[in-house]
Design a protein around this ligand. Structure first.
Ligand SMILES: Nc1ncnc2c1ncn2[C@@H]1O[C@H](COP(=O)(O)OP(=O)(O)OP(=O)(O)O)[C@@H](O)[C@H]1O
Ligand SMILES: [Mg+2]
Length: 317
């Protein structure tokens, strides 16, 4: 992997687009710098706005393995770095005993060798880097892990090395591309943030979301794609408990296509609102108070856009 394969931000933006990831200028710049400066990237944002996908797409673009560590409370060394395969070690000892063989020092050393080591994501990332293939290391949803893990991560990010007492120290010759994400259910320490480039992924602009929909759900009719994106954008202006992310927009678009819809209607919106909203109170608020107005607005605005795009009566679908 060589960051110089992207001499400009524009080129990186284009390659990401070819791999079905739509960026805006700021995110493209941040990613360009992440690769060029080899600094970890810390991404925060609402749910479903494309944080995890950044890492997946970067791995594709760089043609390098993606190593993912999904964080949760109680994450420890055993689940993040390595653990010994105790059952296999035990089985080996039992076999030796059954054959009346002695447990010599050498046997003991072998029992704590690579064959009996279960490598967890952080160790695999360092190991690959040590062997010249720095992967993309995704540390997903760090806010779910506890603070001890954060402190450990801080150490790892400063020297990219791991010591296994029985084996030795592994050191990444070239650091992996590290992407850390958080949904901000709690604040992450400044010390960790300071080691990273920080970026907040906001809900996308109308243009960006429309590009994502047409890219990811290409069989959605042109007019309906416009309408549904306008609708979601307006929906996000409401005071809802949980606003829909891009993931929900894409799910909705897929559902509408599956129903052979060519444009939005009130019954269609009401019947499929569960793909956008996941809380009963939000659902009721929209259905009773806003659905009709949002729909009319979405249709009007999408019509204006379509006319802007294609003023002549012929030539559009
Ligand atoms: N800019 C984008 N370009 C292309 N696809 C996108 C973009 N943003 C989001 N998506 C799509 O939206 C969906 C959700 O993205 P992703 O899982 O990365 O969100 P997230 O921010 O990690 O959400 P969560 O916080 O719930 O984990 C995926 O299918 C992803 O491909
Ligand atoms: Mg995610």
């Amino acid at each position: 992997m060589n960051a110089r394969i992207f001499p400009t931000i524009d080129e990186l933006e284009q390659v990401l687009l070819e791999h079905a990831y739509v960026t805006d200028r700021v995110l493209a710049t941040v990613l360009f710098l992440t690769l060029k400066l080899r600094k970890p990237l810390f991404l925060e944002g609402e749910a479903g706005v494309g944080k995890t996908q950044v890492a997946k797409t970067l791995a594709e673009v760089l043609r390098t393995p993606l190593i993912r560590l999904q964080c949760y409370e109680g994450l420890d060394v055993n689940s993040t770095i390595y653990e010994w395969n105790y059952s296999r070690q035990l089985l080996h000892i039992r076999t030796l005993e059954a054959q009346s063989c002695d447990i010599t020092d050498e046997v003991e050393r072998n029992l704590f060798g690579e064959d009996y080591l279960i490598k967890r994501p952080l160790l695999r990332a360092i190991e690959l880097s040590e062997h010249g293939t720095p992967p993309v290391l995704l540390i997903d949803e760090l806010d779910r892990a506890d603070e001890e893990f954060e402190a450990f991560l801080l150490e790892l990010l400063s020297d990219f090395q791991i010591t296994i007492p029985e084996i030795g120290t592994l050191r990444a010759a070239e650091p992996p591309v590290v992407i850390i994400t958080s949904n901000r259910t709690r604040e992450i320490h400044d010390a960790l943030k300071r080691r990273c480039i920080y970026h907040w992924i906001d809900f996308p602009s109308l243009e960006k979301e429309y590009s994502i929909v047409t890219l990811k759900v290409p069989h959605a009719p042109h007019q309906m794609a416009h309408q549904l994106v306008e609708f979601v954008q307006e929906l996000r202006r409401l005071d809802l408990y949980k606003l829909p992310g891009v993931a929900e927009t894409l799910d909705w678009a897929e559902a509408l296509v599956a129903l052979d819809a060519r444009e939005l209607s009130l019954p269609l919106v009401e019947d499929t609102l569960g793909l956008l909203l996941k809380y009963q109170d939000d659902f009721e608020l929209v259905r009773r108070g806003h659905a009709q107005r949002l729909l009319e607005q979405a249709k009007q605005q999408s019509m204006e856009r379509l006319l802007e795009e294609c003023p002549a009566p012929s030539g559009c679908d």
